[in-house]
Design a protein around this ligand. Structure first.
Ligand code: FE
Length: 205
């Protein structure tokens, strides 16, 4: 009898390590938000163009709600990288960020609606509801208006998007909103208690 070992493909974690290293270098070179968003978008587009690096533990949907898994937080909390895993029908309330952000879709699609305050304080939608698809990247800036609502763009399966923020987003005090403009403070935290190990180079990766 021949025993055949089950083959499992290890995630290419070096790709994520390269991304966070490049992002830290970018932030060391500029504090200009426009430059960060432009160059950061290109880095994120490259990361989400290859779906071989995200460990399964950070790609699992929950039947209860969308999952927000911290993948990496810069030691000076200049930026954080998060995987959002959306089950069918799952999405956020309307919320803001207070820091710049980048959104890139790794699997499936993400539905985004942008809002702004009208003269009476209520929220009105800005532009059409838009779907972001695999490999696409969008930037958000509090200076241009960063109130939005995000949901799974697929009706029948999970989607995963990779977000980068200009701070430790799970610790930022920010707000959710009702359409009448009323706000509620919140700090999101994260769904996970351990993060991927980017730094074991023993395999030569
Ligand atoms: Fe958001």
């Amino acid at each position: 009898m021949t025993l055949v070992a089950a083959t499992s493909v290890e995630p290419n974690i070096a790709r994520l390590r390269g991304f966070v290293t490049s992002f830290a270098e970018l932030l060391a070179g500029t504090r200009d938000e426009g430059e960060i968003l432009e160059a950061g978008s290109a880095l994120l587009a490259r990361l989400v163009a290859c779906d071989d690096w995200l460990p399964d533990a950070f790609a699992r949907p929950s039947p209860d709600r969308y999952q927000q898994y911290l993948l990496h937080c810069d030691s000076r909390e200049r930026f954080s990288v998060v995987s959002f895993v959306w089950g069918p029908g799952q999405g956020t309330p309307i919320h803001d960020h207070r820091v710049w952000g980048l959104v890139g879709v790794l699997r499936g699609a993400e539905r985004v609606e942008h809002f702004r305050r009208s003269h009476d304080g209520a929220l009105v939608q800005v532009g059409p509801t838009a779907d972001l698809y695999e490999c696409e990247v969008e930037a958000i800036s509090p200076r241009k208006g960063d109130i939005h609502r995000v949901a799974n763009g697929l009706a029948y399966g999970p989607s995963i998007s990779i977000h980068v923020y200009g701070g430790n987003i799970g610790a930022v005090e920010r707000a959710t909103y009702e359409l009448d403009g009323s706000a509620k403070q919140f700090i999101s935290g994260y769904a996970n208690t351990v993060v991927p190990n980017l730094w074991d180079r023993s395999s030569g990766a």
